[in-house]
Design a protein around this ligand. Structure first.
Ligand code: NDP
Length: 401
């Protein structure tokens, strides 16, 4: 029985709070803290009603401010801080965890606010300090990164002697009925997909222009969808932790309508992250755009269809070539029915809850910072099956990639 502090009251924070509150035997007390306390109050009230958990509370915190975080952590005394605010806050929250000796878990790697660049170096640099403090930092425990990394660890442990080719395939086959909306924080999402793409081949990174490599891939229960290679953070740790990988790529589906909107947004300068002067005030165009786009946390109503995310792997088992596909499909409507949030928030929040559960029940142990594929995948894979994200696997198939 442990106290948990969740930071970030967005779509993902909502799902994490609901799923953790359903397990009072692990998470005996839960505090949800975020920049706007009223958002925490709403989520806490809804989660208490849905689960009957008696010890849920809300607080306001500015997670960019280490002394504020430290004061709140000292007051509440959680065993773990589960961070689902924004990637800009990774380092300040890690600093606060170090200062208070509390475990840390997140779902996205650090990004400096003034540069659209994401890599693990900043967080891996905490390794020695987390070790010395005897605390665990679990990095990237959403779906991708997160489950995709654990799917790879599961494949490596049970089905391959060597993994040679890894293609992570992420399809949102859902329809929210809006002309344009992103499924998680629009600022983070647009920064991610408008960057150059990158994939790993024969020991080096190959750079591509955004949306340069396209293929129609078939997704279970969804069908064929235009899929594009883009850079995604789990590639960095996976090629390090599985050095037999010759090529690793990440594919994501985008519809033509989405890409047209995105092109216009970029062409008119609304994707810019440099502040501009507007009526005597400094504003960041992308942050302004976020304010007028639909809130991803509120997309759930009438969202139909499914997400399908998985790993397509080729390698060697017992001297023979092996092909393997492991995936999960998640229904937006079912996610909404259970938590009031759409499938992308759900597929991120459920693994974050399971990761926290793994640490707090002693299934994942150690001291230092870890990417999730470094832990034993088995207990996590078991929990996925019963916590709303069941997975499927298939051998000897045409991987299409
Ligand atoms: P939202 O924008 O919906 O929510 C983010 C929340 O964080 C908001 O409630 C916001 O508060 C709060 N917040 C922002 N800055 C601060 C701050 N300085 N201090 C305290 N709280 C703050 O995002 P999502 O819920 O969609 O995503 C949450 C995280 O999950 C993101 O980091 C995203 O990158 C990650 N993610 C990971 C995925 C994966 O598969 N690994 C997939 C999808 C998302 P306010 O509302 O007041 O602004």
């Amino acid at each position: 029985m442990s106290k948990l502090m969740i930071i970030g009251a967005g779509g993902v924070g909502r799902v994490v709070t609901f799923k953790c509150a359903a397990h009072p035997e692990v998470f005996s007390e839960i505090m949800l803290a975020s920049r706007t306390k009223s958002k925490c109050d709403t989520i806490i009230a809804d989660a208490a009603k849905a689960t009957g958990h008696q010890k849920l509370s809300a607080a306001r915190v500015d997670a960019d401010n280490v002394p504020e975080l430290v004061a709140l952590i000292r007051e509440f005394k959680p065993a773990l801080v589960l961070h689902v605010a924004l990637p800009y806050q990774d380092l300040t929250i890690m600093d606060a965890c170090l200062e208070t000796g509390v475990h840390y878990l997140d779902t996205a790697n650090y990004e400096p606010i003034d540069e659209a660049k994401f890599e693990y170096s900043w967080q891996w640099a905490y390794q020695d300090r987390f070790k010395a403090a005897g605390i665990i930092g679990v990095l990237g425990c959403g779906f991708d990164p997160g489950v995709t990394s654990i799917f790879t660890a599961h494949a490596a442990k049970h089905h391959f002697d060597e993994i040679h080719y890894l293609d992570i395939v992420d399809c949102n086959g859902g329809d929210h009925g809006k002309a344009f909306a992103t499924n998680f924080n629009p600022e983070i999402n647009i920064r991610e997909i408008t960057q150059n793409g990158r994939y790993w081949e024969n020991g080096e990174w190959v750079e591509t222009k955004p949306f340069e490599i396209k293929k129609v891939l078939n997704y279970p229960n969804i069908g064929g969808r235009d899929s594009y290679v883009l850079y995604h953070e789990e590639l960095e740790s996976l090629v390090k932790n599985y050095p037999t990988i010759k090529r690793a790529r990440f594919w994501m589906t985008f519809g033509q309508e989405y890409l047209t909107h995105l092109r216009v947004i970029q062409n008119i300068g609304m994707a810019g992250i440099e502040p501009i002067e507007y009526q005597g005030q400094q504003i960041v165009p992308l942050q302004f755009l976020k304010a007028v786009l639909p809130d991803p946390g509120k997309l759930g109503d009438n969202y139909v269809g499914e997400t399908s995310i998985g790993c397509r792997i080729k390698g060697i088992k017992d001297g023979e070539e092996q092909t393997y596909y492991i995936w999960n499909n998640c229904s937006h409507a079912k996610a909404f029915e259970e938590t009031g949030a759409q499938g992308v928030s759900y597929t991120t929040g459920v693994p974050a809850m399971i990761g926290a559960m793994m640490v707090l029940t002693g299934k994942w142990t150690g001291a230092g910072v870890y990417n999730v594929e470094e832990f034993n995948p088995d207990p996590f894979m078991e929990k996925l099956m019963v916590e709303g994200l069941p997975w499927n696997e298939q051998f000897d198939i045409d991987l299409e990639v």
